[in-house]
Structure formats: C-alpha cells, structure tokens
Design a protein around this ligand. Structure first.
Ligand SMILES: *[C@@H]1O[C@H](CO)[C@@H](O)[C@H](O)[C@H]1NC(C)=O
Ligand SMILES: *[C@@H]1O[C@H](CO)[C@@H](O)[C@H](O)[C@H]1NC(C)=O
Ligand SMILES: *[C@@H]1O[C@H](CO)[C@@H](O)[C@H](O)[C@H]1NC(C)=O
Ligand SMILES: *[C@@H]1O[C@H](CO)[C@@H](O)[C@H](O)[C@H]1NC(C)=O
Ligand SMILES: *[C@@H]1O[C@H](CO)[C@@H](O)[C@H](O)[C@H]1NC(C)=O
Length: 465
C-alpha cells in the first residue's frame, strides 16, 4: 500500500512528532520519579498513581509523604481532593486510603489489595497526605519535632506541602481543590483552608480552593464535650446519675479535667459502657488475640486526657492491623518510594508519640467557619450517627453556635431508595447525617458516602428520593 503525503503534510506530521517527543522528554522528572508502577498484590488498574516526599521546612528537616490516586476517567477535567485523617497522629494512608475512600482495600492476609468499587477516585483525583511530620512515612530529621508539634505547625507545613507539590505537578496548579477529612481533621481542614486563604490574598498564583467537607469532626471543645456525654445518655450507654454528675462536675471548656471529672469519665467507661466499639456502638468490637481491649483504647487525647477514650483516629476494625503488616513490607515501601532515609521506627497507623505530646490545639474552630463562610467556600459537615467518639449531637451543638439561617429545611435524603440519613441546608453550610454509620463513614456506608461526595462536588443538595 502506498502512502502519499504532500510536503506540507509531511512537515506538519514531523512537527507534531517532534513536539510530542520533546514534551515527553521535558515531562517533569521529579513527577515521573514518583510514579507508582504497581503495588505488591495490586490488581490491574487504569488510573495513574504517584507517591513520594515533599520537603516542607526551610532548613529542610521535615518531609511529608503523599499518595496520589488519579481519577479513573478523564483525570485532567476532575478536581483535586485532599484527604486528611485525624488522631492527632494518625495516617491518611492507613485509614482514608486503605479502608475508607481510596481505590484499594487490603485483604485479610495483608498480602494483597482488591478494588473498592465505591472509591472516591471514581469522581475525583485523590491526594492522601500524612501530616504532620512523624505521622506514617512523613518524617523529621530533628527528633525534638516529634515533641512540640501541634495544630499550628500542621497547618503551616501542610500549606508548604500543597504549594511545593503543585510545583512538582504543574498540571494541578489551577485545578479546583477541595479539602476533606474526618475526626481530628475537623481541626486540620479548616486550619489549612485558613492558611490557603491567607496565602492566596498575598499571592499572584492563588490555590484554587473551592470548598471543604469534614465528617465526625472535632469542632469546639465545649459543645463537642457536652454533645458527647449527651449522646452517651440518649443512647442509653450511661445512667441518669452519671450524666447529671458529668454535667455538674466537668468544666467542658477546660483542656484538662479536674480529678472529680476524670473519675466520672472512668466510671462511665469502665463500669457503664461495657466492651463496645465506641466508634460504632452497634458493631462487634475487634478483640486482641488474648481477648483484651485494643491498645489504641489506652491512648491519650490532648484535650480530653482520659486514658480509656481512644484517640480520634477512627473505627478500630481489625483492618488497621493488616495495614501495619502491609505498609511495613520492604517491597511495599520500595514500590511507594517511602522510607528512603531509613526512619528509625516502624510505620504505624497512629503515632503515639505525636498524640501524647501534641503541643497546641485550638479550643474551637468555629471562628474559622465564619471566615470560610464569608469567603464563599462550599462547606459540608457530615456525621455518622452511631459514633460515640465525635457523635452527631456534638456536631449539632457546635454548628448551632453559628446561628445560620435555614435555606432548605430538614429532610431525609436517599441512596438506592433507602434513607441514607438526614440533611438541612443552611446559608453557607450543608449538614448531613449518615444513618447507621460509625466514626469512619465511608468504611461503614461506602455507597452512601460516595453519594454524599458526589452531591458535595456537584454543588447539589442530597437526593430527595
Ligand atoms: C534527612 O536526613 C537524610 C540523611 O541525612 C537525608 O537524606 C534527607 O534528605 C534528610 N531529609 C530532609 C527533609 O532534610
Ligand atoms: C490476598 O491477596 C494475595 C495476593 O493477591 C493472595 O495471594 C491471597 O490469597 C489473598 N488472601 C485473601 C484472604 O484474600
Ligand atoms: C470479640 O469478642 C466478643 C466476645 O468474645 C465476641 O462476641 C466478638 O464477636 C469478638 N469480636 C470480633 C470482631 O471478633
Ligand atoms: C524504615 O526502614 C527501616 C529499615 O530500613 C525499618 O527498620 C523501619 O521500620 C522503617 N520505618 C518506617 C516508618 O517505615
Ligand atoms: C510547645 O512547644 C514550645 C516550644 O518548644 C514549648 O515552649 C511549650 O512549652 C510547648 N507547650 C506544650 C503545651 O507542650
């Protein structure tokens, strides 16, 4: 077969070819170095993945680890969604990526991955960030950093991360950005949004931040604490007497409880709760092999220093244990470009050191909500309604302080013809519950969580049928 081309056509053909080759050669080397070819035990997928480190401190001691899983279809037209888990000290790779919204779930032998068909990367590019330094694979070369980190440094380092990450991935520079997360990320997300708003006000290259969404989010010490004990009482977890005493003896505004108050918390949890999963009060708890409670139940909280409340990390299903096996494998770390500097401790789902020494914590992030509302960000707050750690009553008491006018009155929203939960739309903020979901909403109710995410991204109210 003869191919005939006019001179002009050949010229155009050659130029297009040269352009494509040059473009490829010029492709950002740093970005390509972060490309994941495949993780051990991973099924074949059609989307691209990248992971690696971004240095965030000026003198270069701290580096944050990220994992980007791009959207399944047409990633260039989809927004960038940053997901953060809480703790403080817990990993977005352990929770968000591996058991909530990410494309893969770990199987029971921790030797392979399978596809999560309700992954949020079916509609957006997902960037999981382990923050601050000391969480997961994110590290610091200055060990004292592990003992004086708090809300402020987390926000500042996370902003540096976003700026520098976009330098590495220029195709994301003008993309719509949404910040999402759960639990103690109820602090991180608004605090990072505020850092970005301040950065944008002074920058020629603003970050195109469009909105935030948080779930079972730590918001305001006083109203969260009041709402939490009220949830315990209204869900028949504690006696009338203990409830009344908690209300009388505890100063919910305080960071540190009095001894009287402490002993009431201990009594409620040790004598009245029983062996339940506080992150989903109707689910069977995950036991240690010796039948004892999980060690995570014994970790401290920075601003509710009660030994038997676990940190705000999430449900304690046994899957967290699979994550600790899988992500400590040398072949997995190699595939992820993680732990290149031989971090002197194991990868854990949550860092106990960071959690115990959390240096500063905001009493309330409600003032930031006012700033975000004033700046026109899209704000959604959701709540799995069987969580007793940051329960729905805590969130409702806290949000009520904003005194926002109602735009769409309370109604049940639907997913697959079932009531997915209830919602009310306020001027400036949408609140939604997820019926029957525990602390980690996308783990317990993946289909409902994806519906919530789609409605949020689309800027639409939740389905009325
Ligand atoms: C931390 O130290 C290691 C070993 O000296 C070095 O390779 C790495 O670049 C340092 N990381 C940062 C963020 O400075
Ligand atoms: C987990 O995945 C690995 C690798 O694909 C496979 O060999 C193993 O049989 C799987 N185990 C379970 C319990 O699914
Ligand atoms: C934990 O132990 C209790 C009591 O033995 C049992 O009922 C429950 O099913 C166990 N939980 C799991 C996740 O195995
Ligand atoms: C990093 O790798 C070293 C071995 O090189 C290992 O001992 C350590 O547990 C790993 N740490 C993390 C956080 O992955
Ligand atoms: C936080 O860190 C600063 C600086 O290292 C220190 O002076 C302060 O005492 C710490 N505060 C708490 C509550 O740990």
């Amino acid at each position: 077969m003869a191919i005939t081309m006019a001179k002009g056509e050949i010229f155009v053909f050659v130029m297009v070819y040269v352009f494509l080759v040059l473009n490829h050669v010029n492709a950002n080397h740093e970005e390509e170095a972060d490309r994941i070819s495949a993780l051990p035990g991973q099924p074949k997928v059609s989307f691209d993945q990248f992971s690696g480190y971004v240095t965030v401190s000026k003198v270069g001691e701290r580096a944050l680890f990220y994992w980007l899983t791009e959207a399944v279809h047409d990633p260039l037209s989809k927004p960038l969604v940053i997901w953060l888990n809480g703790g403080p000290g817990c990993s977005s790779i352990a929770y968000g990526a591996s058991e909530e919204i990410g494309p893969f779930r770990l199987n029971k032998t921790a030797s392979g991955l399978y596809i999560n068909k309700f992954s949020w990367n079916t509609v957006a590019n997902l960037l999981f960030l382990e923050t601050p330094a000391g969480v997961g694979f994110s590290y610091t070369n200055k060990s004292s950093d592990l003992f004086n980190t708090g809300d402020k440094r987390t926000a500042k380092d996370s902003l540096q991360f976003v700026i520098r990450w976009m330098e590495r991935f220029p195709r994301y520079k003008h993309r719509e950005v949404y910040l999402t997360g759960e639990s103690y990320a109820g602090h991180y997300v608004p605090q990072l949004a505020r850092e970005i708003m301040a950065y944008n006000a002074a920058s020629k290259h603003p970050i195109n931040l469009k909105g935030i969404m948080v779930g079972n989010a730590v918001t305001d010490n006083y109203y969260d604490n009041l709402g939490t004990v009220t949830y315990w009482w209204s869900h028949a977890m504690i006696s009338d007497k203990t409830y009344k005493q908690l209300l009388n003896k505890c100063d919910f505004r305080q960071q540190k409880n009095s001894d009287d108050c402490e002993s009431l918390y201990s009594y409620a949890m040790d004598q009245e709760f029983g062996n339940i999963d506080q992150y989903n009060i109707y689910a069977p708890p995950c036991n240690n092999s010796d039948g004892s409670r999980s060690s995570r139940q014994a970790l401290h909280l920075p601003h509710r220093p009660h030994p038997s409340i676990r940190q705000y990390s999430g449900y304690d299903p046994c899957t967290e244990k699979y994550a600790e096996i899988y992500y400590n494998r040398p072949d997995v770390q190699k595939a992820l470009h993680a732990n290149k500097t031989k971090i002197p401790y194991k990868w854990t789902a949550c860092s106990e050191a960071l959690n115990r020494h959390w240096n500063d914590t905001a009493i309330s992030v409600l003032p930031i909500y006012k700033e975000m509302i004033a700046s026109g960000l899209r704000i959604w707050v959701f709540s799995g309604d069987v969580d007793s750690v940051v329960p729905v009553t805590a969130t409702r008491f806290s949000l009520a302080q904003l005194k926002l006018p109602t735009k769409v009155p309370w109604y049940p929203w639907y997913v697959k013809k079932q009531v997915g939960g209830w919602t009310e739309v306020y001027e400036g903020l949408t609140f939604a519950t997820v019926r029957g979901a525990g602390h980690e909403v996308p783990l317990f109710k993946p289909r409902a969580a994806l519906q919530l995410f789609k409605s949020f991204l689309g800027g639409k109210t939740l389905p009325k049928s």
